[in-house]
Design a protein around this ligand. Structure first.
Ligand SMILES: Cc1ncc(COP(=O)(O)O)c(C=O)c1O
Length: 374
C-alpha cells in the first residue's frame, strides 16, 4: 500500500464519518453491468434524476395541478421533500407516524375522508426500513388516493420492495447517491404494466451548478473533521444553495453506477445495522433489520441528542439529528413526529465501517447514553 493510502486508511480507522469516505473503493471493483439489473422485478424506470428532490419536484409539477390536488406527507419529513412540493404550490397536508415510524393506514384514510378533491400520498421508508405494504392495503389506498409515492430515498432497490406489479398509481423513489459511491442518481420506478403511471421528464438542467454542489458537499465533509473552520463551512453552504435544484443526472454517475456492487453495499449496511441493533438493544429504535432493509443511517432515540452528538464528536464519531428543523413537526397535532424529531440521533452504518469500528461505536454510545424510556 502507498504511504498516502496507508495514511488514508489510518485516518479512516480513527474517524467515523456518517457517509462512506473510501468513496471509490472496493464497491466499484466489478465489471460494468446494465443498470436494469438493479430494478426489482415487475418495475420499470419512469425517470432518472440527479437527486431525489428533483424527482419529487418534477413529479409534482407534471402530475398534480395545484387547483385539483392535495399531497399528504408524513409530519416527520425532510426539508427537501417538503420543499419539492412547496415549489409547485401543491397544497400540502400532513399525517403523523407511529412511534416505531410505521404508517397508521386507518388514521391516514380517516383524515383523507374529511377532504374532497384528488389526493396524492407520500409514504417514507425511514432509514431504509420498508413500510408494511400488502396487496389488500394497496387496493384500499387506491380508493382514497390517486397517486401513491413511496419514498425509499434512504434505501437501495431490493426485489422485495417495489411497486406492486399490475397495480396502478404507484411510484417508488430512490436516491442512490446517498448510499453508493456515486455523485448523483435518483431513479423513479413504476409498475411495468401500469397504464396510469406515466413517465416523468427530468429537469432541463444546470449540470455545472450541480457539479459545484456535489464538489462543495464533499469539501464540507472534509472540513467538518477540522476544528476552527466553521466560517469557511458557512460560506460553502451558501454557495451550495444555488446548486440544490434542477439538473439532469450526470453521465459520470450513470457510468459509475454500472460498476457499483450494490449487493455488497446492501449486505455490508445490513450486517452493520444488525450488529449495532444487537449491541445497542436498550437504545435502538429498530430492533431488527428485515430482509429488505438497507439502512442509510442507524436511528437511535436519546433524551439529549445535542450532548450525545458532541460527546461522540470528541471521540471522532460523526452523527446527525434527524429532522429537527422541520416546520410541520413544530406545529400542534403531530406529537409523535415532534418527539421523534427531538430525540432521534443518527449513527453511521455505512459499508466502509469495519466490524471493529462498529464495536467501537457501540462502546462509545454505551459510555455516554442512558437508555431512553420505551
Ligand atoms: C426521505 C427523503 N426523501 C427525499 C430526499 C431528497 O433526496 P436528495 O437528497 O437526493 O435530493 C431526502 C433527502 O435527504 C430524504 O431524506
Amino acid at each position: 500500500m502507498s504511504s498516502v493510502a496507508t495514511a488514508h486508511a489510518r485516518v479512516h480507522d480513527q474517524r467515523m464519518w456518517l457517509k462512506p469516505t473510501l468513496r471509490l473503493g472496493e464497491t466499484l471493483a466489478r465489471p460494468p453491468a446494465p443498470l436494469e439489473d438493479l430494478w426489482p422485478p415487475g418495475t420499470r424506470v419512469a425517470g432518472l434524476f440527479s437527486m431525489g428532490r428533483d424527482a419529487l419536484w418534477q413529479m409534482a409539477a407534471a402530475k398534480f395541478s395545484p387547483a385539483e390536488f392535495s399531497v399528504w406527507l408524513p409530519a416527520y419529513s425532510c426539508t427537501q421533500l417538503i420543499d419539492a412540493f412547496r415549489r409547485t404550490r401543491v397544497p400540502m397536508r400532513f399525517y403523523d407516524v407511529r412511534p416505531d415510524l410505521t404508517v397508521d393506514w386507518e388514521a391516514v384514510i380517516e383524515a383523507r375522508r374529511r377532504h374532497a378533491g384528488r389526493h396524492a400520498l407520500v409514504v417514507v421508508d425511514y432509514f431504509g426500513f420498508a413500510q408494511p405494504f400488502s396487496l389488500d392495503l394497496h387496493e384500499a389506498m387506491r380508493e382514497y388516493f390517486d397517486v401513491v409515492i413511496r419514498d425509499c430515498a434512504h434505501s437501495l432497490p431490493h426485489p422485495a420492495v417495489g411497486v406492486i406489479p399490475g397495480r396502478e398509481c404507484g411510484y417508488i423513489l430512490y436516491s442512490l447517491r446517498k448510499l453508493a459511491p456515486i455523485p448523483d442518481l435518483a431513479p423513479v420506478l413504476t409498475a411495468k404494466d401500469s397504464a396510469s403511471s406515466a413517465d416523468i421528464a427530468p429537469p432541463a438542467g444546470r449540470p455545472f451548478a450541480r457539479t459545484v454542489y456535489i464538489g462543495l458537499e464533499s469539501a464540507e465533509l472534509m472540513i467538518e473533521g477540522l476544528r476552527g473552520m466553521a466560517s469557511l463551512q458557512r460560506r460553502l453552504r451558501r454557495l451550495k444553495e444555488d446548486g440544490q435544484w434542477g439538473s439532469p443526472v450526470s453521465r459520470l454517475s450513470l457510468a459509475l453506477a454500472r460498476r457499483v456492487d450494490f449487493s455488497r453495499v446492501r449486505e455490508a449496511r445490513r450486517a452493520n445495522a444488525i450488529r449495532l441493533a444487537q449491541g445497542l438493544a436498550p437504545w435502538a429504535r429498530c430492533h431488527h433489520a428485515p430482509e429488505a432493509a438497507c439502512p442509510y443511517y442507524f436511528p437511535l432515540r436519546v433524551n439529549d441528542p445535542a450532548r450525545v452528538k458532541d460527546a461522540l464528536a470528541r471521540v471522532g464519531i460523526e452523527t446527525t439529528t434527524f429532522w429537527r428543523s422541520q416546520e410541520a413537526v413544530t406545529g400542534p397535532g403531530f406529537p409523535v413526529a415532534r418527539e421523534t424529531a427531538r430525540s432521534t440521533l443518527c449513527l453511521p452504518v455505512h459499508q466502509d465501517l469495519t466490524p471493529g469500528q462498529v464495536d467501537r461505536l457501540i462502546q462509545a454510545v454505551s459510555a455516554v447514553v442512558e437508555p431512553a424510556a420505551a
